[in-house]
Design a protein around this ligand. Structure first.
Ligand code: GLU
Length: 300
């Protein structure tokens, strides 16, 4: 069996924004969307959108279309068709079948409590056992264990080697596909060359790099922009009910996001149109100005 995934196109920048529809876009998501858009457009690259709707219990009704409307209102127009992960089921199943056939994965029946008792990092208990698929999770045999990489904005990133070596989950016991499986498979399917996103995903990137290595496919380049956090140090997230950004007044949020990203937008930009702001930002995008910080506290 050969890996049922396409080869990456030989050349050309292909970036993407991949929101989960567990809520509406907030200021933190706007920063990631804008940074990935500007980095792509400033290099005449393509910018794609993927809706990461693989977790129906956490999905908010109507969020996918609301997110797309917000991106349009903010002048972030994408290329090609939006990819919905909920329509990728067969591709994920084919990749899982390939990994099993190649002895690159195993079924696991351990409970959370058992893993906690073993120290929190999965020690491979089920690897030597031949569990049936029913009621099992699927874990990748993580022979790569990448824990260091070069980040476009943050320089050298070093993650906890033990965590990076863990045989991580590809299919959950409840039958849902895991983020690590879907994100890597879809970045390969969409031919993504550059992944620009928030610093909350610094650690998962190490796992994703291991997965590319095991699949024998070139990985994209990764760049993580600082995370917007509240005064109390919480990241803005859909889970902690960060306020949604206002589609009716995109200009102030765009200018604030550019300021956050260190781009020093001139004050004359504020009263102009969304198109003018995006056009200024694309022309002036300077990655050296993005703060080399993993998080920044938002002013009250
Ligand atoms: N869907 C993830 C999120 O909304 C982002 C995934 C990614 O950029 O790789 O947090």
């Amino acid at each position: 069996m050969v890996l049922p995934l396409p080869q990456r196109p030989q050349s050309g920048y292909r970036g993407r924004f991949a929101p989960s529809p567990s809520g509406l876009l907030h200021f933190g998501s706007l920063i990631s969307a804008l940074a990935s858009y500007l980095h792509a457009r400033s290099q005449q690259g393509k910018w794609l959108v993927r809706i990461e709707d693989i977790d129906p219990p956490r999905e908010q009704a109507g969020a996918s279309s609301a997110i797309l409307k917000t991106l349009e209102a903010f002048g972030l127009h994408w290329d090609e068709e939006v990819l919905y992960q909920s329509r990728q089921t067969q591709v994920y199943l084919d990749v899982l079948a390939y990994l099993k056939e190649q002895n690159l994965s195993y079924f696991c029946q351990c409970t959370r409590a058992e893993i906690k008792a073993a120290g929190g990092i999965y020690p491979g208990i089920c690897k030597a056992q031949d569990h049936p698929p029913q009621g099992s999770a699927i874990r990748l045999i993580n022979s790569a264990g990448h824990y260091q990489y070069q980040d476009i904005f943050q320089g050298t990133i070093s993650c906890d080697p033990a965590l990076a070596r863990e045989d991580f989950i590809l299919l959950r016991k409840d039958g849902l596909f895991a983020y690590q499986l879907a994100v890597v498979v879809d970045d390969i399917c969409q031919g993504i060359s550059h992944v620009i996103r928030g610093c909350d995903l610094l650690d998962p990137t190490a796992r994703q790099l291991s997965f590319y290595h095991i699949l024998d496919r070139p990985s994209p380049q990764y760049g993580h922009v600082p995370l917007a956090v509240t005064n109390e140090g919480y990241k803005l997230s859909k889970q902690n009910k960060a306020p949604a950004i206002d589609n009716q007044r995109p200009q102030p949020a765009l200018v604030a996001a550019l300021t956050f990203l260190g781009q020093e937008p001139p004050s004359e930009l504020l009263p102009t149109s969304v198109e003018e702001i995006i056009s200024w930002a694309t022309t002036h995008w300077n990655l050296d100005k993005v703060p080399r910080k993993q998080q920044i506290i938002l002013p009250e």
